[in-house]
Design a protein around this ligand. Structure first.
Ligand SMILES: Nc1ncnc2c1ncn2[C@@H]1O[C@H](COP(=O)(O)OP(=O)(O)O)[C@@H](O)[C@H]1O
Ligand SMILES: [Mg+2]
Length: 383
């Protein structure tokens, strides 16, 4: 039996929402956070790129990683008041903390942080946003302040870059080639980099020695943090592949998006990461009692409205037909969405919960809208 969303929210320590851009990861992370808070868990939503109005609703300022506490609207009169914490990823500050933690001394940490290359390296290094998201996730999941941390993953071009980041870092920093080149350069003027060496003479041709020495000095200082980085990346990897973590796939309600999510799910499994649930977002949900057959509906409306039509002096059959056509068109859209949900159920493995999330008329950017989604996530109706 697949777990329910409520079970995941109460049993896991970290949940990672993954999916391609624009499918609703940020929105649903916030809604899951509300649902978890209502289930009594001390919850943090670690978000990456909330749309401005959603950020406002969560009390977040741009580039501010300060944790904000939000009062969660009650789900019903019986429910106790509760709160949710939210924070935004600040790549540079997270990187600063990692460097400070692993540098050999306070002075060497200061040298790295103050180096002109540092700002660039910490924010522009390929994968640094992805890596820092997992790093921050680890910090928050292990600090004891929260029972559950929900990570809204960065809008990576390839969603898996993010999951791959710690492993790539281990591969890079741990590789013998990298260690051979970078580690000895800690001692400038030594080995292949001593002044006058062939390597240095070659390099002088296209870069100034000063610039290059600067770069070496920077990487030399930074290299002493590598063991720490690698060790931490391994811990992060252990956390996200372990029993306390689960991945939540998010897709839009269309075949392309669900194929992408299915492929993401397979890649996760291949890396021993558990996709425990699949949220199919923006499903057009119609009242099941609504009769969308245009002929039957036209007849029913014409019957119902006859007196009204007489009173108004209007052509009721015509009006009824018009309404019936519109309703039928909506019915077809809803049927197409249901077919996508069914397709997702076929694509998903048996141990994965498939939960359709209704398309809302207005964008869910305030706590009321998010609360409604939260409610539906823990008490889903069969779609
Ligand atoms: N169930 C929904 N109904 C209506 N609009 C939605 C729903 N879920 C998300 N949206 C809207 O879709 C847009 C993209 O959502 P977002 O959560 O930012 O996606 P992502 O984080 O995956 O890029 C936002 O404008 C959001 O308000
Ligand atoms: Mg987002």
């Amino acid at each position: 039996m697949p777990p329910t969303i409520a079970e995941l929210l109460t049993s896991k320590r970290v949940l990672l929402c993954v999916g391609t851009g624009g499918v609703g990861k940020t929105t649903l992370s916030a809604a899951l956070g509300i649902a978890a808070a209502r289930l009594g868990r001390r919850t943090l939503v670690l978000t990456v790129d909330p749309a401005r109005r959603l950020a406002n609703a969560l009390g977040l300022q741009a580039f501010d990683e300060q944790v904000q506490r939000i009062a969660v609207p009650r789900g019903g009169a019986q429910q106790p008041a509760t709160s949710l914490d939210a924070s935004m990823l600040d790549v540079k500050r997270t990187f600063d903390r990692v460097v400070t933690r692993y540098a050999r001394s306070q002075q060497s940490a200061q040298r790295i942080l103050g180096h002109p290359f540092y700002v660039q390296a910490s924010t522009a290094l390929a994968g640094s946003q992805e890596y820092m998201a997992t790093e921050r996730l680890y910090e928050c999941a292990t600090c004891g302040q929260w029972d559950l941390v929900i990570l809204d993953t960065p809008p990576a071009e390839h969603a898996l870059d993010f999951l791959d980041a710690p492993r790539r870092l281990i591969d890079l920093f741990g590789s013998p080639a990298f260690r051979k080149v970078i580690a000895p350069s800690r001692r400038l003027n030594s080995g292949v980099f001593r002044s006058g060496s062939m390597v240095m003479r070659g390099l002088q041709r296209f870069t100034s020695v000063e610039m290059f020495s600067n770069l070496l000095e920077f990487f030399g200082d930074l290299s002493e943090t590598f063991d720490g980085f690698v060790q931490r990346a391994e811990q992060v990897q252990a956390l996200v592949t372990g029993p306390d973590a689960a991945f939540i796939l998010v897709s839009a309600c269309d075949p392309t998006s669900s194929d992408q999510a299915a492929s993401l799910g397979r890649q996760l499994r291949a890396q021993r990461m558990l996709p425990a649930a699949w949220l199919v977002n923006r499903v057009l949900a119609l009242d099941p009692a609504l009769d969308t057959d245009p002929v039957a509906l036209t007849a029913a409306l014409a019957r119902e409205w006859r007196t009204l039509g007489d009173a108004l002096g209007r052509d009721v059959p015509h009006l009824a037909e018009h309404v019936a056509q519109t309703t039928a068109a909506l019915g077809r859209l809803a049927a197409a969405d249901l077919a996508v949900v069914q397709r997702v159920r076929d694509q998903a493995s048996a141990d994965m919960a498939v939960v359709p999330v209704a398309r809302r008329d207005d964008e869910p950017h305030d706590l009321i809208g998010l609360s409604a989604i939260a409610q539906a996530l823990v008490a889903p109706t069969q779609a």
